[in-house]
Design a protein. Structure first.
Length: 285
């Protein structure tokens, strides 16, 4: 993923009243925050609040990310001392995700997650070493950055779909993981809804193909996507509700569509030979 950062001039930042720099040798952590406000809140509005209401010299964060669009904004920047976590501003780069944390709702989009991870990778590249991932609540009596973002940060920033590459150092393609498995259904058949007719294999009737049940084959496909780095399974980004049970429904359709889009295939949510083969033969990018 190419990291694009909207500069201070780009979002109309006010000039800071003062600034203090921090050397990379003193940076040891990368701390996530959230604004606890609407994702429509502008960076300039946050800066105005920090400077005019809190009396700070500038916006408190080093960078900000919109929780919906994933756009990244320069706050104080890489090596300027922030004001995001009292007592821990020198060692930590503070990154605020602009948005709320609402129970039962996914508030941080995949685009925002990819941007957060790309920013973290860029920080480590500039540091020339490892930075510890933290949430604001690790060093403060606060709910920030919200349960969703906090759990994701401490899970190591798992990303759905195409993984991010270290900025400036494109990674060569890697072979698809595991041995290739041929498409198990007869010609013209596909995994799809039970309402799709005889050639639409849903897993609801446990038909057998090539020595296994249709449920086992559909679960095998999802497992292959997991091997490719996708977040698949109960409680995860895809198949998070019922889990990888091999019974085609809306969750499998969503997973298949996302993979088809990633591979630039026809996006219809139906698992046919082309989509199956892409999972086992197409290199990781």
């Amino acid at each position: 993923m190419t990291l694009e950062i909207i500069s201070r001039a780009g979002w109309g930042a006010r000039a800071p009243r003062s600034r203090e720099t921090v050397s990379w040798s003193k940076r040891t952590g990368f701390m996530g925050h959230y604004s606890a406000a609407s994702a429509s809140q502008t960076v300039r509005e946050i800066q105005n609040f920090h400077m005019d209401t809190r009396g700070w010299s500038d916006i408190g964060y080093n960078f900000l990310i919109n929780s919906v669009t994933g756009k990244v904004y320069e706050g104080r920047g890489w090596t300027v001392l922030g004001a995001h976590c009292k007592g821990y501003n020198t060692p930590n780069i503070g990154v605020c995700v602009i948005g709320k944390d609402r129970a039962g709702i996914k508030d941080v989009s995949d685009a925002a997650r990819r941007s957060f991870k790309a920013l973290y990778e860029e920080a480590q590249e500039r540091k020339g070493g490892k930075l510890t991932l933290l949430g604001h609540r690790d060093h403060g009596s606060t709910d920030c950055p919200g349960d969703e973002l906090y759990a994701w940060i401490h899970a190591g920033l798992p990303i759905v779909g195409q993984p991010t590459n270290t900025p400036g150092k494109p990674s060569p393609s890697k072979p698809a993981p595991g041995p290739a498995v041929g498409f198990p259904l007869p010609s013209g058949y596909y995994f799809g809804p039970a309402s799709g007719g005889d050639r639409s294999v849903s897993g609801r009737y446990e038909r057998r193909f090539a020595g296994k049940t249709d449920r086992a084959w559909l679960a095998e496909f999802a497992q292959q996507l997991s091997r490719r780095g996708w977040s698949v399974g109960k409680g995860r980004t895809y198949l998070g509700g019922a889990g990888n049970d091999g019974i085609y429904g809306s969750e499998y359709a969503t997973l298949i569509k996302a993979f088809q889009k990633d591979q630039k295939l026809t996006v219809d949510g139906l698992l046919g030979k082309k989509t199956w083969d892409a999972a086992y033969h197409n290199a990781l990018r």
